[in-house]
Ligand binder design. Sequence first.
Ligand code: GLU
Ligand code: MG
Length: 432
Amino acid sequence: MEKQRFLFLGHQDLSGILRGRSVPEERREMALAHGLPWVPGNYSIGPTNVIPADNPFGQQGEIRLLPDQAAMLALPAYGGKPAFDVVLCEARRHDGAPWPYCPRAALKSAIGRLEAEAGLTMKVGFEHEFSVKGLNQVAHAAYSVASGRAISVLADNVLQTLAGSGIRLEQFQAEYGTDQFEISSIPADPLTAADRVVLTQEAIRDGARQLGLHASFIPKPAANVAGNGVHIHFSLYRGGQPVTAAQDWLTDTSAPFVQGILDHSESVVPFTCLSANSYLRLRPNSWVGAYVCAGLRNREAMIRVVPRAPDANGGNPQASLEYRASDGTANVYLALAALIGAGLDGLRQRKTPQNIAVNPQTLGEQERQRLGLRLLPQSLPEALQAFDAKAASAWLGADIIEAYFSCRREDVRQFCNNASDEEAANALQRIY
Ligand code: GLU
Ligand code: MG
């Protein structure tokens, strides 16, 4: 008998995990057209399947997951398991009205504000770093042919799966850390790019399982090993023309946008670094961008300014800005919406950043103070203290903030107060 081809309707929840339910083939058309009912409280399920006691949803209510067929991934049959298509959904009320907790809707509205208020559009590309267990390499030589070959079977699998769904990738490499690899995606508009992050991560995890491997985006697998970042490269356009950089630095548009992200970094980082483990990665001297600053080609700056090739008119059409303090545990929709919200606020304030081209850690404390350089929060509890709920509510809506931070407080309880960093990393790398 032919195996089923299941269709999974899902959404990335407040812990950055893709959850949903599946239908058999005969229900496929119905589900694609009308979506499926879903439980609001499921939005708050954490990485160990605990729903925080103070979640705003309780046991009541029902919403609807409405699929967007532009965000679809066909996972192939393997090892006796049937083919499994995944389609990403937006959560709405049954009458079709917006549901104020939906991260994908929050990103859509942030994109709308960027366009309406500032006349800007954005393109976003991602570099996904991840660790792979089970490769059995004799040695991991960073960026080498040997380690590139070791990952090439998985890369081929992922490339083919994604290509089958119209998603192309830019490149892959054996990264610096042992059994650490990177796959980067081609830039797209923020919503498409965010959908592709969710689907790419699932394709990587699923491809690894097909090959008897385990791939994880855990931000800091262990102390003293390289962290896994998911760097966000973005560029800005006005009327379709690039306005990210001129010559070798920011423009009148991008400079205040970047300053807004720097000023609000404590309110952005809880969305780009979701998990308790995320904050163990944010250390100086690890190319993470742990210091709040922007710097030309500087991998120790939170925002690296990456001008590629200046053109004859003084423009820099290939330039991008790389936000480095982000990782693969994030709900990518909220992460991008927060970046856009902070950037838009910067455009209102009209302040501009200085270029920090050195590694801030090599400067003395006094010099750092003179330059106004501060470290990002070094733990999840510290991040929750430093966070400005009012600013973030303006970007994402007060409902999302309330639900999101009830999840993070539960994370603190489980992974900071009741587990060692090592225990937490071990638990979280099974999920992320
Ligand atoms: N692994 C580093 C991180 O945690 C980034 C290294 C790189 O520049 O690619 O973000
Ligand atoms: Mg990298």
